[in-house]
Each structure stands twice: as C-alpha cells, then as structure tokens.
Design a protein around this ligand. Structure first.
Ligand SMILES: Nc1ncnc2c1ncn2[C@@H]1O[C@H](COP(=O)(O)OP(=O)(O)OP(=O)(O)O)[C@@H](O)[C@H]1O
Ligand SMILES: [Mg+2]
Length: 259
C-alpha cells in the first residue's frame, strides 16, 4: 500500500531567503520510493533553488530535508551525492572534451572502492574495478541509445543527446533519488518522446525515484504521478496530474489554459 510507505525524501516547511527575496517559502512535500514526482511553476518560482537545497549547494534559511529518514541539511554536496542523490543541470554540465563513455565512467567513480591514485596504477584490484565501471557505463549507454557514440567527444553530440548523456552519467552513480532539471529543454518532439520513454523505463525496470522539473507539460503530465506547483516560492497546489491541470490557481499562475 503506497499510503503507508515511508517517504524517501521529505521536505518540511522549506524556506530560503536571498537578501529581501524569499525564493522558496514554506514548501512541504513527500516523495515515496519509486515515485515519479513533478516540480513545476513559472520562471523564477524557486524550482532550481529547491534542487540546490536538496543537493547541499544552498543551506535553507528554515525547514527540514530528510532523505531516507535522516536530515541532510548542512551536509556537503559530495556527501549528499554519496548518500544517493544525483542530479542533472538546467544548463548542461558535461566534460565536453571527454568521450561519451568517459563521461559516464567518471559518474561511476563516485562509487569506486579503490582510490583515485590506485585507479591510475596497474594494481589488479584497480584494473578490475575500472573495467567493471567501463562495462556498467556501456550498459547505461545501451539503455540511452548512445552506445554507438561511445567514442564521440561529448561536446560534439547534438543537444538532445547531450541531455540524455547527462542523465546516463547521473545514473552511473547508482542514485536512490534522481533529480532532473528541465531535461526536455531544447528537445524536439521526437527527442522529448524518447525522454518520456526513458524516464518511465528507469522507474519500471529499476524502481528509480525521480523528481522532475520541467516546463514541457506533455512530459510532466505524461510521466508524473504527483506534482507540486510553486509560484513566487510558495506552493499553490499539490496532487495528481488530473487535479493539477484543472486547478484554477495553477491555470491562472502558470498554465494559462487547461492542458
Ligand atoms: N544565489 C542566488 N542569489 C540571489 N537570488 C537567487 C539565487 N538563486 C536564485 N535566486 C533567485 O531565486 C528565485 C528563484 O530562482 P530559481 O532559479 O529557483 O527559479 P526556477 O523556478 O528554477 O526558474 P526557471 O524555470 O526560470 O529555471 C529567482 O528570483 C532567482 O533570481
Ligand atoms: Mg530553474
């Protein structure tokens, strides 16, 4: 029964101020394991700022963030990543000069047992681990239809494929929670269809929990089971897509007309 499940992420009265601006104001929501959860709202509503607080980039002014039952406020971003939260960025951040495969292998290094120094040596344990990362990375590239491009410089990929690669790299850290910040931005309709398919597959095949920020309402309404809507930092609605798309406050603040 979903109702009785313990949330994987619990946001309680989350607030952050930048000088006089309250960018996120008393926001609360819970994400259950394996849930596809949407975070939407107009430009400047505070969505990316929520990601920055969840990943430890910003420290909230007030409120609580619990991940798998314990508070993660005050933890460094690297520690939060090691606990199992991975993200992609609104502005793509790949290692442009590295190949597609190398970008995903770097993602997996968060989980390495040998040290970086050992991984540069020819110690058998290090060689074994590096080749394990390479085969895990290739499996991810297969899943994201990027295997044929494994040796391509990532900066040379078309935009839509760069976005997919960023998701593959985030998945290489074996996250328990994946945060996607506008993954469909700049994608053509076919690419965003493929993205929807990938997001659903991640959940259906791996039970992946995903928190999705997105302006493309076809994607949001097509994949999310629950949605929270922010406007000027405050929560104006929360619920399943059918409720959100017909909510007069959401239509007025964001959608313009029912979608
Ligand atoms: N480091 C910061 N210092 C000051 N103001 C900030 C900072 N980060 C974000 N803001 C402000 O907080 C508000 C929320 O920004 P945020 O980037 O979270 O919006 P968003 O919902 O992600 O919008 P978009 O859909 O355009 O990406 C904006 O007014 C922004 O200018
Ligand atoms: Mg944003």
């Amino acid at each position: 029964m979903k109702e009785t499940q313990t949330p994987i992420l619990s946001i309680e009265n989350l607030t952050i101020r930048f000088g006089g601006l309250v960018a996120v104001n008393d926001v609360s929501f819970d994400i259950l394991p394996s849930e596809l959860f949407g975070l939407i709202g107009p430009n400047g509503a505070g969505k990316t700022t929520c990601f920055n607080m969840i990943t430890g980039v910003y420290r909230p002014t007030a409120g609580e963030i619990r991940f798998q039952g314990s508070s993660i406020i005050g933890l460094r971003p690297s520690l939060i990543a090691a606990r199992g939260i991975a993200r992609t960025f609104q502005n793509i951040r790949l290692f442009g000069a590295l190949s597609v495969l190398e970008n995903v292998i770097v993602g997996g290094f968060l989980r390495r047992k040998t040290t970086l120094f050992e991984s540069m040596t020819l110690l058998p344990s290090a060689i074994k681990e590096t080749s394990q990362f390479a085969s895990a990375a290739m499996a991810l590239l297969e899943m994201f239809d990027l295997a044929d491009l494994a040796d391509t410089r990532s900066a040379d990929l078309p935009y839509g494929k760069q976005r997919r690669l960023e998701i593959a790299r985030a998945m290489a850290t074996s996250p328990r929670l994946l945060l996607l910040d506008e993954p469909a931005a700049g994608m053509n309709p076919q690419e965003s269809e493929e993205l929807m398919r990938d997001i659903k597959r991640l959940r259906d095949e791996f039970g992946q929990t995903i928190l999705l920020i997105e302006h493309d309402m076809k994607v949001v309404m097509g994949v999310c089971e629950k949605i929270v809507v922010l406007d000027y930092g405050a929560e104006i609605a929360q619920g399943p897509p059918e409720k959100i798309r017909n909510d007069p406050k959401v239509i007025e603040a964001y959608l313009g007309e029912p979608v």
